[in-house]
Write a protein that binds this ligand. Structure first.
Ligand code: AVJ
Length: 316
């Protein structure tokens, strides 16, 4: 259960990260902690919301270009996905690529990853499914089975937008250095009208609020904290200067919370920054790629040019 009485799965990395973030002047929590088992399931629920256009828009682009995208993987080569979640979109590429030798889903949510991998093994018996439990915001060392193969990286969902520009650059540079890397298929959500953007991160049913608030429930369970989730409200705003949606939890009263024995004070209205979703223009996308040694070889978009799936190739 979600209660704070039982401290299962105490997570030292989570505690250290949360304490650093919550003791800063501007309080923050890293979005990577949103994806425990419940968080991953809530995110899948978000992807089906009417307001959350990115997933279905990107899925349409992948479907329309599946054959061309799958062909980027050499025969017997590997498709490696960063932050694979339920690997739903990936199936479009695997269905179009029966020449693909291996699929390596990388995800931080271990149980969710292994469940997904079992499902994929049943659906694609000819493809070697090699799940990798890792935090892709740090450099990922691929297991030998994947490292040895020519490979294509796949980073859908515009999750690149969750990273600071510096971390996004580091990720693109890191993948550029993988042995045998042939191409990088990168999903990126584009800048558009503010109302559409904000609605996608503040849905009428409150699923996004539940998803963001879940981080507090996780801290109660895994970081010996005593947050009252009802004491915090979800707020999404468009930050034009940084071209990103900011997601905050606002303390709705003066309160204090204990986390692993440390007291943290919250003033009424004080925010915890939990996640940012950066949005791109063609120019900002090309610049991000070029700075890390990639050419934007193709850019597939939907009719409204709301989302793009870019094919990056190493600059030679
Ligand atoms: C999974 C990072 C792509 O930023 O759009 C959705 C996460 N957070 N609603 C995004 C998210 C709140 C999502 N990504």
């Amino acid at each position: 259960m979600d209660g704070s009485t039982q401290l299962e799965a105490r997570d030292d990395a989570l505690i250290a990260d949360a304490l650093t973030g919550l003791r800063a002047d501007a309080k923050t929590l890293s979005p990577k902690w949103l994806y425990d088992h419940r968080g991953s399931a809530l995110f899948e629920e978000i992807t089906r919301l009417p307001e959350y256009y990115p997933t279905r828009t990107e899925a349409g682009i992948l479907r329309d270009n599946a054959t061309a995208l799958a062909r980027l993987v050499p025969p017997g080569g590997a498709l490696i996905e960063l932050g694979s979640g339920a690997s739903i979109k990936t199936r479009t590429l695997l269905d179009a690529g029966n020449h693909i030798g291996a699929y390596g889903p990388i995800d931080i949510s271990r149980d969710f990853l292994f469940e997904t991998a079992d499902g994929l093994r049943n659906a694609y018996p000819a493809i070697d499914i090699v799940p990798v439990v890792a935090d892709f915001t740090a450099p990922v060392t691929l297991p030998d089975r994947l490292a040895a193969l020519p490979k294509v990286a796949f980073f859908p969902g515009s999750t690149i937008g969750n990273l600071t520009p510096a971390r996004a650059h580091a990720l693109l540079s890191g993948i550029r250095a993988w042995p045998g890397i042939k191409a990088f298929i990168l999903g990126a959500d584009m800048v558009k009208d503010t109302r559409t953007l904000v609605a996608a991160y503040d849905d009428a049913q409150g699923v996004t609020a539940k998803f963001i608030g879940n981080i507090l429930i996780r801290l109660n369970r895994e970081a010996d904290a005593d947050f009252d989730p009802a004491g915090f409200d979800h707020k999404a705003t468009w930050n034009a200067a940084r071209a990103r949606i900011d997601m905050h939890l606002l303390s709705n009263r003066d309160q204090h919370v204990t986390l692993d024995g440390h007291v943290i004070e919250f003033a009424k209205g004080e925010p915890i920054h939990v996640s940012a979703a950066r949005k791109f223009t063609v120019d900002s996308l090309v610049a991000l790629a070029a700075d890390a040694g990639w050419d934007v070889r193709q850019r597939h978009v939907d009719d409204g040019a709301r989302f793009s799936v870019a094919v990056l190739t190493p600059v030679r």
